[in-house]
Every structure is written in structure tokens, then in C-alpha cells.
Design a protein around this ligand. Structure first.
Ligand code: NI
Length: 168
């Protein structure tokens, strides 16, 4: 296993629409393992393949540091079938250093995808797990929390980023 480099905004790979996975082979399973290791090393509670420069529909989520009793979830070609309710929480993203914003998401989602073994899975999630799944599935569409944030906090972050990059 290997810790991969996490791509940061404004890397264009974060804006690409991720492609559905056709063949689930050893290389893909290795990617999933590396993504999990990268997520744990960061540390973070979720990671999508475009964040490590691979525009494929693969996500990993593990919220066990925040809420006990949840295993690592790895999903291939995930899609949201149903979304219910509303919840507001503060979100950050490993691709957006030093940016957090309060966002509204569905409180409960039903997600379908394939396991790393290629088995169809349906997953019902609420609360933090539902939020993390929605955040990672957003990445597969090229959507970042920056896009969902208010215009004001978006502009503020872009200005700050410019300062940071010109300083270093
Ligand atoms: Ni993210």
C-alpha cells in the first residue's frame, strides 16, 4: 500500500467528471487500498479518486474516528437513489486546505454502488455518514464544497489562496 499525493484546488482533475468503472481488477483494488491509506494518513473521513488524480468513480469513507461502529466503506460507481430530510453541518475537504463552510445536505440517503469485490451494494446512511457520502459523490461530478458555499466565503478563500501561493 502507498500514501498517494492529494490534489489540491485548483488542480483541474478535481473538476473532471469521473468515469464509471468497467473492470474491477487488481489494479483497481490496489487503488482503493491506497486511497484508504491516504485518507487515514491525512487524516480525513473520506476521499474520492479524483482527489488522488484518478478520474474514476471510486470513493472511500470511514467516519469511525467521529462515530464508533462504522467500518471502512469503499464504493465503486456510487449513486444516490434517495435523499430525505435536511441537516446542516460544517464541512472541510482535503483538497481545500484551511477552508471550512457550513452546508446543508440531505439528512438521510440511500446509496447504491459496487463493493471492491464487484458485488452490488445498497447502503442506507444518516447523519455524518450520509454527509460524507454526499460530499464524496459530489467529487465524482467535479463539485467541491467551495461551489456549494456562499459567494462571500468563496471569494474570501480565493483571495486568501492567492496570497498564500504568492507568499510561498
Ligand atoms: Ni472533499
Amino acid at each position: 500500500m502507498a500514501v498517494l499525493q492529494i490534489r489540491k484546488y485548483p488542480d483541474p482533475v478535481l473538476r473532471q467528471k469521473a468515469q464509471p468503472v468497467g473492470d474491477i481488477d487488481e489494479a483497481l483494488r490496489r487503488l482503493i487500498q491506497d486511497m484508504a491509506e491516504t485518507m487515514y494518513a491525512a487524516p480525513g473521513i473520506g476521499l474520492a479518486a479524483p482527489q488522488v488524480g484518478v478520474p474514476k468513480q471510486v470513493i472511500v469513507v470511514d467516519i469511525s474516528t467521529q462515530e464508533q461502529g462504522h467500518p471502512l466503506i469503499a464504493l465503486i460507481n456510487p449513486e444516490i437513489l434517495e435523499a430525505h430530510g435536511e441537516v446542516e453541518s460544517q464541512e472541510g475537504c482535503l483538497s481545500l486546505p484551511e477552508f471550512t463552510t457550513t452546508l446543508r445536505r440531505a439528512q438521510q440517503v440511500l446509496v447504491r454502488g459496487l463493493s471492491p469485490e464487484g458485488k452490488p451494494l445498497e447502503l442506507e446512511a444518516t447523519g455524518l455518514l450520509a454527509i460524507a457520502l454526499q460530499h464524496e459523490i459530489d467529487h465524482l461530478q467535479g463539485t467541491l464544497i467551495l461551489d456549494r458555499a456562499s459567494l462571500l466565503s468563496r471569494e474570501f478563500y480565493k483571495k486568501r489562496l492567492k496570497k498564500l501561493t504568492s507568499a510561498g
